[in-house]
Design a protein around this ligand. Structure first.
Ligand code: GYE
Length: 335
């Protein structure tokens, strides 16, 4: 409980924050060094991948909002999909002696050196959203994020349903729009999808073209235009995210074909624009990947800072959606 004295010092703190935050700052960190309870606020350095997709914007908003609610002093930087930018952001957080570092690694490899520097500085590292490959598992505490292999499997199972609903007969010629090369969601979604395909559909499904669209709309559009030229018989698109599916839709329409009918489309994420395209009949099904990781991240950051043990992998709940559910679900979508 706040007694009057604490309340007054908290109020003075808030006023001071207000004055300080009036100065221009490079990041979004509140200048607060004390939380509402009068304790020193945890300083969290967060290196975001970039702003490549609707998923990423929702994830960034979630992290920022949850930090505020949790009274965590967030230092945020956007790496614009470049590993070297993430490495220098992490190095700068080490120099600033933040309490905890969190980051969403753009690709899986190449992190050991900087993670060792964080360990030497005794700053715990929490991975969010994407994982890393490392020879030393002690270099990070936990991962807060989805199981992308399962998402790939779910997308394949959704495609089975979509093909059945469409009454599709004959060969299934799939164009795969891959996420960023070397990124965990691109590697694992492809793997999960292929697993189901190889186990159950080796005879009738074939990936006839597969290339990265870097998780962006422009990438999806460009790659799909080239695919349609080289493989005019493509009848399915499996996109590793909604944004690339939306880009692909533009190229499919430009080629005079109907997305969702002539070419069936399954994607992953479930962002609002994906749901809009699905309610318009242009995306057939979406395996959801939840970007709202902020609250779970702040909870973990507090525990890690307090020296508590946390689970090695903290997952989120996700659902699957087909076209017939899109209209009803659209108004309740939070991102
Ligand atoms: O699916 C995609 C984003 O890592 C899960 O990154 C994330 C992926 C997400 O750009 O839209």
């Amino acid at each position: 409980m706040l007694n009057r004295r604490n309340f007054l010092s908290a109020a003075v703190g808030v006023a001071a924050v207000g004055a300080l935050s009036a100065c221009a700052k490079k990041d979004d960190s509140p200048a607060a060094s004390t939380g509402a309870d009068g304790k020193k606020a945890i300083v969290l350095g967060f290196s975001q991948v970039g702003s490549e997709s609707g998923w990423r914007s929702a994830n960034t908003d979630s992290v920022k909002a949850s930090a505020k609610t949790a009274g965590v002093n967030l230092k945020f930087s956007d790496a614009q999909q470049k590993q070297e930018n993430q490495i220098s952001a992490i190095r700068s957080y080490i120099t600033q002696k933040v309490d905890v570092i969190a980051f969403s690694p753009v690709v899986v490899t190449g992190w050991d050196a900087v993670l060792k520097e964080a360990k030497a500085a005794k700053i715990p590292v929490v991975l969010t959203d994407r994982s890393v490959e490392t020879s030393d598992e002690s270099l990070y505490v936990t991962l807060v994020g989805s199981d992308f292999t399962v998402e790939g499997e779910r997308a394949a199972v959704l495609l089975e349903k979509v093909l059945a609903t469409a009454g599709h007969k004959g060969a299934v010629k799939i164009a795969q729009l891959e996420g960023t090369t070397g990124a965990a969601p691109a590697i694992e979604r492809a793997k999960g999808f292929k697993k189901v395909m190889d186990e159950k559909h080796a005879a009738d499904w074939k990936i006839v073209a597969s290339q990265t669209g870097d998780f962006t709309r422009a990438g999806g559009k460009q790659v799909m235009a080239a695919f349609l030229q080289a493989h005019p018989d493509i009848n399915v698109v499996f996109a590793h995210n909604d944004d690339m599916a939306i880009g692909a839709i533009q190229s499919i329409e430009a080629a005079g074909k109907k997305p969702g009918k002539d070419i069936l489309i399954v994607s992953i994420d479930g962002v609002k624009d994906g749901f809009v395209a699905m309610s318009e009949g242009k995306i057939n099904a979406i395996a959801e990947c939840n970007p709202l990781l902020g609250d779970q991240l702040m909870e973990v950051v507090k525990k890690v800072h307090a020296g508590e043990t946390v689970e090695r992998w903290i997952k989120t709940k996700e659902g699957d959606f087909t076209m017939d559910q899109a209209k009803a679900a659209l108004p309740t979508r939070k991102y």
